[in-house]
Design a binder for this molecule. Structure first.
Ligand SMILES: [Zn+2]
Length: 477
């Protein structure tokens, strides 16, 4: 008897399956799900056969840290940024939503998002104001959002943050936010009570403001990014990490530290992990730019918070990535145009953040796997498996196993491409990798059984295929 399926992926050099390893198998897909993995294709009848052409297949990438809908309304931003996700092999993008008012109005954002994504998406809600804490149960129970971001970096004179646009509007706007200890602990506590995860931006705004003032006054002639790094010292991260971790112990809750880029911040979290509670209750995310750029970059384009650090921090992060100390990689993608990014042309007025969705996997393959710093299995863990487990998407996503969504990528480790903004298909017209030759690219991206990118071309007909992924209410019990 023949074993029928919609789509068969065959001829892979290896299929990278977290917890199992790299195996020789064929992948049978039916109705957007993995139907089975079979060694032999003798008895299989498939409507569509995709040859992996002796290349590796990995689980689709889950990017846990994406900003879009900030400078353009989500209905427009979703189209370009999810196209860029396809290029980078990202099959689920997790938006960090920042609303100023009540999150009971989130339906407007959700309906504007619908039909405008190529890839699946999920949402983390930022809690900027005390009044929003009461919206947490609603978001968890009714919407399927169970991760909440707190910005410890906002307060004092550094209290401005861009919030997401109302659908249909295109006037970027600020909110004034002041995260004091009382608000921080209330968010951590409330997230815990609602079986949710708190995501922490750990920097101390008072310390950063003080350092920034001193450095401006000194007027030393330092390289641009060295100046920026000194304005926001690792010490400020350490102070905030220590404080947040102590609240986490108090409420026996988990924390997810976003964008860790300095060796000292990383070491502080590792130390805090050993103190009380479950060992892995403090998660660590780093970003591709901390693995590729140091203050030597010396360009205003590299302005980001927390700042890009020294070469030695960069090497330290690669070993932590290899050794399993870092849990996930998020891009902290910001879809801005060059004209907005550079501001008046100085480090003070430039906008923080830059695009990164499409280049995460190429960076990890080129500078990681192809340079023997990390294995392909490790890439699958930090870009998909760990992320899916931490955010309650597993086993629907994060692996290639029967019953999971057929989200996967085929990567060509030998393919070289020179990076340009055009290649990446984001709204952003610049990239910090402009001109870099990266070796190792996704050549096919599949979301729930549908090919959304092949050979660097986005499949335009699949616009709207991406769905909002609501997460289960009990995953952080
Ligand atoms: Zn961010």
């Amino acid at each position: 008897m023949k074993n029928a399926c919609d789509t068969l992926i065959t001829n892979a050099k290896g299929v990278v399956i977290p917890e199992i390893g790299i195996i020789q198998t064929n992948i049978l897909i039916e109705n957007g799900k993995i139907k089975s993995l079979q060694r032999s294709i003798d008895n299989i009848q498939a409507s569509k056969i995709i040859s992996a052409n002796d290349k590796y297949v990995l689980p689709g990438v889950i990017d846990p840290h994406v900003h879009y809908g900030v400078y353009r309304p989500i209905e427009e931003a979703a189209q370009t940024e999810s196209a860029s996700a396809c290029i980078g092999g990202v099959t689920t993008m997790m938006r960090i939503l920042r609303m100023t008012g009540s999150y009971t109005d989130i339906e407007k954002q959700l309906s504007a998002s619908r039909g405008n994504h190529y890839v699946d998406y999920s949402i983390h809600a930022s809690i900027l104001h005390r009044s929003q804490i009461q919206d947490i149960p609603y978001l968890v129970e009714k919407i399927g959002i169970n991760s909440f971001k707190v910005y410890m970096n906002l307060g004092g004179e550094l209290n401005h943050i861009y919030v997401d646009l109302e659908p249909g509007s295109d006037e970027p706007r600020y909110s004034e936010v002041n995260v004091n200890d009382e608000l921080l602990s209330s968010i951590i506590k409330s997230a815990k009570i609602n079986n949710s995860l708190t995501m922490v931006h750990a920097e101390d705004p008072l310390m950063c403001a003080e350092y920034m003032r001193a450095i401006k006054n000194k007027q030393e002639n330092l390289p641009i990014l060295e100046t920026w790094s000194r304005c926001r010292p690792a010490l400020s991260e350490i102070r905030s990490i220590t404080k947040a971790a102590s609240f986490a112990r108090q409420f026996n809750s988990e924390l997810y530290f976003v964008h860790i880029g300095s060796a000292r911040a990383l070491e502080t979290i590792l130390q805090q992990r050993t103190r009380g509670g479950r060992k892995n209750s403090l998660y660590i995310e780093t970003c591709p730019h901390y693995l590729t750029h140091s203050t030597d970059f010396d360009s205003i384009l590299g302005k980001v918070v927390p700042p890009i650090r020294s070469k030695s921090d960069l090497y330290h992060l690669w070993s932590a990535l290899r050794d399993g100390q870092i849990d996930t990689i998020g891009t902290d993608h910001v879809a801005s145009r060059l004209s907005m990014k550079v501001g008046k042309g100085d480090i003070w007025s430039a906008l923080a953040g830059f695009p990164g969705l499409a280049t995460m996997i190429p960076v990890l393959l080129s500078n990681g796997v192809n340079k023997h710093r990390i294995s392909l299995e490790r890439v699958a863990e930090v870009t998909s498996y760990n992320t899916s487990k931490i955010f309650g998407l597993y086993p629907r996503k994060g692996t290639i196993q029967p019953g999971s969504d057929a989200d996967l990528i085929i990567v060509d480790l030998a393919l070289k491409k020179r990076v340009s903004p055009q290649l990446l298909k984001s709204y952003s017209d610049y990239t910090i990798y402009d001109g870099w030759e990266l070796k190792g690219w996704p050549v096919l991206t599949m979301v729930r059984g549908i090919v959304v990118m092949e050979n660097g071309e986005v499949e335009k007909r699949s616009l709207g295929h991406g769905e909002f992924i609501s997460r289960p209410t009990n995953c952080h019990k």
